[in-house]
Design a protein around this ligand. Sequence first.
Ligand SMILES: NC(=O)c1ccc[n+]([C@@H]2O[C@H](COP(=O)([O-])OP(=O)(O)OC[C@H]3O[C@@H](n4cnc5c(N)ncnc54)[C@H](OP(=O)(O)O)[C@@H]3O)[C@@H](O)[C@H]2O)c1
Length: 245
Amino acid sequence: MSETRIALVTGANKGIGYEIASGLGALGYRVAVGARDGARRESAVEKLRAAGVDAFGVPLEVTEDRSVADAAALIERRAGRVDVLVNNAGISGDTGPGWTQDPTTLDPDLVRTVVETNVIGVIRVTNAMLPLLRRSASPRIVNVSSSVASLTRQADPTIEVGPVMAAYAPSKSFLNAVTVQYARQFTGTNILINAACPGLVATDFTGFQGPRTPEQGAATAIRLATLPDGGPTGSFFEDDGVIPW
Ligand SMILES: NC(=O)c1ccc[n+]([C@@H]2O[C@H](COP(=O)([O-])OP(=O)(O)OC[C@H]3O[C@@H](n4cnc5c(N)ncnc54)[C@H](OP(=O)(O)O)[C@@H]3O)[C@@H](O)[C@H]2O)c1
């Protein structure tokens, strides 16, 4: 088996995903750049290669079975296995004034759309990649979540948790809950799976508002992607440590 480790990052064409791809590339990973738009994908791959990263593009729309199956087939042909999967692709869904999603007026279709990407997309990609991950000596899965998923923090009036986000925040709580179920299912295997919060990062997602750079936002996901055997699993981390559920 080749010594070079293989990482797939979803939504790797920009923002935090791009920086996760870049950071793993700098650590010597061969990076499969998962992105749904051809031009954006190719420009990210070119930029990564120019920085010395061994990168290749993988067309990947996480809400489509066919796209995800084709992505797994492409990675199998190009690399033969996956050592690290970072499920980074995510959306907030439409928001109202002040970047809010008011639960009392929420459009059910908005909830469906957000869950389809942020939760079902992650399950779809993870399960399609599992046969390739199982070929790795030390498979790692990182689900990019958010501290707004923390019910403990959301329910504590003494903690500043930002605006009410009735579709996005629960979608990440759902993702965290699914992460725990995967960790339970992987008990006794060498697969480690965790959720990561990047902090508030200036990207398209936040209208480029936020104190952290995408590179800073990538750090926890990269740490979890490169955990040693016997490291934590089924947990939820930010830079400062574990986030309460
Ligand atoms: N920015 C923050 O402050 C913050 C805080 C907490 C958590 N997060 C999480 O961090 C992750 C990355 O966010 P970001 O800030 O880097 O956002 P971003 O700049 O908007 O990037 C999102 C990425 O996800 C991709 N994507 C969205 N829907 C997709 C789909 N259905 N199929 C494939 N790719 C899809 C986008 O592709 P296109 O370019 O084609 O749209 C893009 O590459 C998300 O999961 C987000 O929830 C962000």
